[in-house]
Design a protein around this ligand. Structure first.
Ligand code: PBG
Length: 336
């Protein structure tokens, strides 16, 4: 960026560039389109079932048939991809998250059904054990901490059943060390050469995940340390750059920074240091803040949402996961 040193007021009047709508459009540096959005969906068992999520106003858990309807709308609005999160029946959870590697589990069935009905929308699936474990941790927990290498072995199997089901992008969100390389190797060996890996390389131990944990029922008994022994300290940026570089070296195609708006500096830093696309996640707590503030009259919800997403794009995000994706795409298409 260069700053002209020659001109000063009144020769320079910055407001000339802002004086009319066409001038502002002419010089706009960042544009948000439906192509930049990924719609997360929470999937539940059943047919025709939808459940509101108290801490995420306006977001529902959807049975597979209703998720297909949402997928069709997302595709028609130009949204490139969905991110699917299963809500697993408590009876199927255990301390090892075994249901995660069942090729007939809810998520695998959802992937196959959506892929069949809406073949041209990308399907992204979390790889982590938290929806499947009784304790709510992302891996195998020994009562004190999550065990890294044993967890990676299970994550590889989870990634393989998802790829087998037709998932286009696996998104390890667990923050174990070494899982990207292990998953990439397994994919190459089994012929899933085009299945992408979106690494949640830069995932902070954030309070903003609260409503998500309500939505998938993983809040249960995380214990006093929470997820701090594997998710990152919100104070750190150098560590974010190391995480991103390691995961790229191990074979990640895409890198996630999460949460989004409170970490714009991190998005920009990762974007500046690595040359793979960086995505951002407007997480559940960010979405909930916007929804609650707007419903209390603080601001216009649509305008504040668009501004937040644009800010992430300006910081360097190639795409953004947001629970508002379909609503935003409708608004951008003039259909809201
Ligand atoms: C689970 C996972 C989480 C989110 C995405 N994948 C929660 C967590 O790590 O506890 C958070 C998403 C959100 O808050 O919207 N591995």
């Amino acid at each position: 960026m260069t700053t002209s040193s020659s001109g000063v007021f009144p020769a320079v009047r910055m407001r000339r560039l802002r004086a009319t709508a066409w001038r502002r459009r002419l010089v706009r540096e960042t544009v948000l389109t439906a192509n930049d959005l990924v719609q997360p969906l929470f999937i539940i068992e059943g047919t025709g079932v939808r459940q509101p999520i108290k801490s995420l106003p306006g977001v529902e858990r959807l049975a597979i048939d209703l998720a297909i309807t949402a997928a069709k709308e997302a595709e028609s609005l130009g949204i490139p991809a969905l991110a699917l999160f299963p809500v697993i029946d408590g009876a199927l959870k255990d301390d090892q998250g075994r249901e995660a590697v069942n090729p007939k589990n809810l998520l695998c069935r959802a992937v196959a059904a959506i892929k069949k009905a809406v073949p041209d929308i990308g399907i992204i699936c979390d790889v982590a054990l938290d929806p499947y474990t009784t304790h709510g941790h992302d891996g195998i927990f020994d009562g004190d901490d999550v065990i890294n290498d044993a967890t990676v072995a299970v994550l590889v199997k989870q990634a393989l059943v998802l790829a087998e089901a037709g998932c286009d992008v696996v998104a390890p969100s667990d923050m174990m060390d070494g899982r990207i390389g292990a998953i990439r190797r397994a994919f190459e060996e089994r012929g899933f050469v085009n299945t992408m890996i979106l690494s949640y390389a830069v995932k902070y131990a954030s309070a903003f995940y609260g409503p998500f944990r309500d939505a998938v029922g993983s809040k249960a008994t995380l214990g006093p340390k929470g997820k701090q022994t594997y998710q990152m300290d919100p104070a750190n940026t150098d560590e974010a750059l190391r995480e991103a570089a390691l995961d790229v070296a191990e074979g990640a195609d895409l890198i996630m920074v999460k949460p989004g708006l409170p970490y714009l500096d991190v998005i920009a830093a990762v974007k500046a240091h690595i040359n793979v696309p960086v995505l951002a996640y407007q997480v559940s707590g960010e979405y909930a803040m916007l929804a609650h503030a707007a419903s209390n009259g603080a601001f216009d919800r649509a305008a504040a949402t668009l501004e937040s997403l644009l800010a992430m794009k300006r910081a360097g995000a190639s795409a953004i996961f947001t629970y508002a994706a379909i609503d935003v795409a409708r608004a951008l298409a003039g259909k809201s």
